[in-house]
Design a protein around this ligand. Structure first.
Ligand SMILES: [Zn+2]
Ligand SMILES: [Zn+2]
Length: 447
């Protein structure tokens, strides 16, 4: 047989036959072969969501799959700094000779949302939380991220002769709490495991059609700060306001004053948001309470604007109480929750350029769309270590193209991320995600 081959086939055919099968096939064909399995992985993950800090089964499943592919897997990576809180972070390493180290991240956690999509594989999961039953749903598409992450792992394991270097795949818990990346870094992600030269991630988009990728070089997602303000007045009878210092009136003035920070103090060319998302005070019609509590979300891109916003909030809270005649010892307490701070995501422009060109070659340039930056936040940003490591997070369209077109024509609003109706269409979304991430990694590590 071998003599026959040598004798009858041209040299090129013999060389091609000597290569592993995978190396001869195109990326789209390889993804097609994986799709049936990935679709069942997706529905399985979708119907078994776990809340932040509870991603035990999800992480164990990913760890098992990655071990089978030959990755060195370490589980329970992460330190929240909270006694008794286990981290379900996982790190999977595949060493494949000399070359760059590339990290790909997926998140693992779902949200306390009762799914209302009506899909056959909709989550029925309910858990106890603070004495209440809450639904659990992958309403942020983290199941898309995990499934395409496994798809990318399978492809890169098959295509080992097309790349060289060290591939580090990480499953990060508690993204929705902005806590997981901090915990994994605190537990030595970059010391115990190979430190990446590049880090990549993707996120499902609720406003791009499936089959497309969205990207933004530079600032793409915002700094997120949570601020708590306690306004301390002097309570009393509602009929005798002159004997009190009413914290509700102070809060009302402050809320409106805060809106002038963005409109009057910040350079209009710099994005910034201050939203008062919660206000609580009082118990009854005719009682002026002692205190009012406000909870704010504060968004920005640059560290300078962030500092300016936070210091203006502090100043305005102090002034609002002063104007009302509250004595200095009862000045408002303004707390910036550093634990819940998420830095802005700055996509390294050179890395974006390389990855986007490679993705465009596989998907067609018309399917790779430059998108606007947004004021949402994502703790993937932390892996950049303030600009030391180039990172890139891109968007994967998740909307059924037909629904997308219809919504555009009729001016309808599509369900957003975190909506109980959010239902990415699995087939083109996953296929596109796997192709895009694999193409980006091959661009960075390809021979
Ligand atoms: Zn989310
Ligand atoms: Zn998310």
């Amino acid at each position: 047989m071998s003599r026959l081959l040598r004798g009858s086939l041209p040299l090129l055919s013999v060389l091609l036959l000597a290569l592993p099968l995978a190396a001869q096939e195109s990326l789209p064909d390889l993804v097609t072969a994986e799709m049936p399995d990935l679709l069942s992985t997706y529905t399985r993950l979708h119907s078994h969501p776990e809340l932040s800090y509870q991603e035990k089964q999800t992480a164990a499943y990913l760890a098992g799959e990655l071990r089978r592919l030959g990755f060195e897997v370490t589980e329970n990576v992460g330190d929240y700094g909270v006694p008794g809180r286990t981290s379900y972070g996982l790190v999977a390493v595949l060493r494949n000779g000399e070359g760059p180290t590339v990290m790909v991240r997926t998140d693992l956690d779902a949200l306390p949302v009762v799914e209302q999509t009506g899909l056959a594989y909709a989550s029925q999961v309910r858990v106890e939380s603070g004495g209440n039953q809450v639904g659990v749903m992958h309403a942020c598409g983290h199941d898309v991220h995990m499934t395409s992450f496994l798809g990318t792992a399978r492809l890169l394991a098959q295509l080992r002769d097309r790349w060289a270097g060290t591939l580090v795949l990480i499953g990060q818990p508690a993204e929705e709490r902005g806590a997981g990346s901090r915990a994994m870094l605190a537990d030595g992600l970059y010391e115990r495991f190979p430190r990446p030269d590049f880090a990549l991630a993707l996120h499902t988009s609720a406003n791009l059609p499936a089959g497309t990728i969205g990207y933004r070089a530079g600032y793409a997602l915002a700094n997120v700060d949570s601020v708590d303000i306690t306004i301390r007045g002097l309570g009393g009878h509602g009929a005798y306001p002159h004997t009190t210092k009413d914290p509700i009136v102070i809060a009302a003035r402050l809320i409106l004053a805060l809106q002038t920070i963005v409109s009057r103090e910040i350079n209009p060319l710099e994005p910034a948001v201050i939203t008062v998302g919660s206000i609580h005070a009082g118990t009854k019609h005719n009682i002026i309470p002692d205190e009012a509590h406000l909870q704010l979300t504060v968004r920005s891109y640059t560290p300078e604007v962030r500092r300016q916003l936070l210091s203006s909030i502090e100043r305005m809270a102090r002034e609002a109480a002063e104007v009302a005649g509250v004595p200095p010892e009862r000045a408002p307490i303004v707390e910036v929750n550093e634990e819940e701070y998420t830095p802005s995501t700055y996509n390294d422009p050179e890395l974006v350029r390389r990855a986007v060109a490679a993705i465009g070659k596989v998907l067609g340039e018309e399917n790779v769309i430059e998108t606007d930056p947004v004021m949402g936040g994502e703790d993937f940003s932390r892996y950049a270590l303030d600009g030391e490591i180039p990172i890139f997070m891109f968007w994967v369209g998740g909307v059924d193209p037909e629904r997308y077109r219809e919504a555009n024509e009729k001016g309808l609003t599509l369900p957003s991320l975190h909506s109980p109706l959010f239902a990415p269409v699995p087939e083109p979304t996953l296929r596109t995600a796997v192709q895009a991430m694999t193409a980006a990694v091959l661009e960075l590590m390809g021979k």
